[in-house]
Design a protein around this ligand. Structure first.
Ligand code: CUA
Length: 152
């Protein structure tokens, strides 16, 4: 029994297409240095929000989302800083979006998500919750303030 010619073509073209998808992801990852968020085990859990300064240009931000705020709500850093964002939630699922940096993460109770962002331009970067989380959802935001003396 031989395979239908058309069937063979369909199988080959879908394999090629899948290959193209995988290639595109890997290409985008290296070309645009986009950081795919990682999920860390919860045994390194933190409950308190904090900002650690590792050196002049390297920071860790331990962000805690809850109804309806992000803590810390104002993050002051100098331009050129690289920031490791750690993210968790105290209650429901929240979103964590910095549209200017094309960053999109979820804050989930019992898990920690992490990603690294470099801020090469001064300015105020809004962090907004983009996952509906209840009555105060639309007021849930924070700011990364790069080389600005005060929040806007
Ligand atoms: Cu938190 Cu929407």
């Amino acid at each position: 029994m031989s395979m239908d010619k058309l069937e063979k073509r369909v199988i080959i073209s879908s394999l090629l297409l899948m290959g193209l998808f995988v290639f595109s992801i890997l290409y985008a990852k290296s070309r645009y240095k986009s950081n795919v968020p990682e999920c860390l085990p919860y045994d390194k859990a933190y409950t308190e929000p904090k900002i650690n300064k590792l050196d002049e240009k390297t920071y860790q931000v331990f962000s805690v989302a809850s109804m309806w705020q992000f803590q810390p709500s104002e993050i002051y850093i100098p331009v050129g800083s690289e920031v490791d964002f750690y993210l968790t939630s105290k209650d429901v699922v929240h979103g964590f979006n910095i549209s200017k940096k094309n960053l999109n993460m979820m804050a989930v109770y019992g898990t920690i998500n992490k990603t690294t962002v470099k801020f090469t331009e001064p300015g105020v970067y809004d962090i907004v919750c983009h996952e509906y989380c209840g009555a105060g959802h639309q007021n849930m935001h924070a700011q990364v303030i790069v080389n600005y003396p005060t929040a806007k």
